[in-house]
Design a protein around this ligand. Structure first.
Ligand code: RB5
Length: 145
């Protein structure tokens, strides 16, 4: 599985930690920055990761900022992206099962490394449900435009 990952300065340390764990777990990781704790603008990184996902350069994306809010707002504006800000593993399971989220957003200043890793593992190992009711609801969201 190829993953695209990115953060701003607020998520930099968590990104580095998750990248290490993902690579040790055998994932191919495309790191779209930032590459130091110096301040950057989160939308610039959100666009890079979102483009990887919608172009199928990566299978899924992970975005981290201070709260996860800015990243999820920015990524959700890209056509073809369903971004989900998750603060626990139940949310990340549901984000895949019910919402078919393809970009996971995390808050580097909100959750610790172990919880973040659990959320990521659940996200990556859960497949979306294909029942008609879930498809219908997702389509209604897409059609909002
Ligand atoms: C940067 O200080 C912070 O605003 C950013 O990381 C993020 O939390 C925005 O939503």
């Amino acid at each position: 599985m190829i993953l695209s990952i990115g953060s701003d300065h607020g998520g930099y340390h968590l990104k580095e930690e998750l990248k290490k764990r993902l690579e040790s777990g055998g994932y191919d990781v495309l790191d779209r920055g930032c590459h130091s704790p110096e301040a950057v603008d989160y939308p610039d990184i959100a666009i890079e990761v979102s483009r990887d996902v919608v172009s199928s350069t990566s299978d899924l994306g992970i975005l981290i900022c201070g709260t996860g809010i800015g990243m999820s707002n920015a990524a959700s504006r890209v056509d073809g992206v369903t971004a989900a800000l998750c603060t626990n593993s139940y949310m990340s399971r549901m984000a895949r099962l019910h919402n078919d989220a393809n970009v996971l957003c995390l808050g580097g200043r909100v959750i610790g490394e172990e919880l973040a890793w659990d959320i990521v593992e659940v996200f990556l190992s859960t497949e979306p449900l294909t029942d008609e009711k879930y498809r219908r609801r997702r389509k209604k969201v897409e059609d909002i435009g």
